[in-house]
Unconditional design. Structure first.
Lengths: 114, 111
């Protein structure tokens, strides 16, 4: 199993450009999450999905849209990038059924907006 | 979810036990204590979790006080590779509830 994969690993954008961050998991998990991490800070939740076709806002959703088109994939789109969105973005997934279950993280996408 | 309080940073000598404290005085009866760590700039990694009993696995031990208002993560023989940021999180048992991360404790293991 590859676990949680993210593409691209690095990206540089100019202010106002758009892009989509891709995330996929091969563990048949129901729940998927997008976090951002700024230097010296903890992770902050942007959006999440508890199942195919469903999404919900997290702590810092403004400026981002998400799509959960199928069980495997959960994408994060920046329609008009701003320098404040310079960050490391982590995708995570979790089984989402039963009681406790471990949250698995991808390697991250390092985004710089100039 | 209940909030947690952790020291900003700690040092530990290589080979010694690292004891990382966490306060969670407002924890509810149905909330677990989770510990994750983040090495350098990698994605966080699960370490251990518990409800009210002490837990041990191949990575660490988790000691939860009887009143559940605080806990301690113990790395029995810290190595340089244990240098990381350690996050203590409390969350309900629902598998869909997102984990909320604070700033964690930066543990530096020193040779």
């Amino acid at each position: 199993n590859a676990g949680v994969t993210q593409t691209p690993k690095f990206q540089v954008l100019k202010t106002g450009q758009s892009m989509t961050l891709q995330c996929a998991q091969d563990m048949n998990h129901n729940s998927m999450y997008w976090y951002r991490q700024d230097p010296g800070m903890g992770l902050r939740l942007i959006h999440y999905s508890v199942g195919e076709g469903t999404t919900a806002k997290g702590e810092v959703p403004d400026g981002y849209n998400v799509s959960r088109l199928n069980k495997r994939e959960f994408s994060l789109r920046l329609e008009s990038a701003a320098p404040s969105q310079t960050s490391v973005y982590f995708c995570a997934s979790r089984p989402g059924t039963g009681g406790y279950n471990e949250q698995f993280f991808g390697p991250g996408t390092r985004l710089t907006v100039l | 979810d209940a909030k947690t309080t952790q020291p900003t940073s700690m040092d530990c000598a290589e080979g010694r036990a690292a004891n990382l404290p966490c306060n969670h005085s407002t924890i509810s009866g149905n909330e677990y204590v989770y510990w994750y760590r983040q090495i350098h700039s990698q994605g966080p990694q699960y370490i251990i979790h518990g409800l009210k009993n002490n837990e041990t696995n191949e990575m660490a031990s988790l000691i939860i006080t009887e009143d559940r208002k605080s806990s301690t993560l113990i790395l029995p023989h810290a190595t340089l590779r244990d240098t990381a940021v350690y996050y203590c999180i409390v969350s309900v048992t629902s598998g869909n509830t997102p984990l909320v991360f604070g700033k964690g404790t930066r543990l530096s293991v020193i040779a």
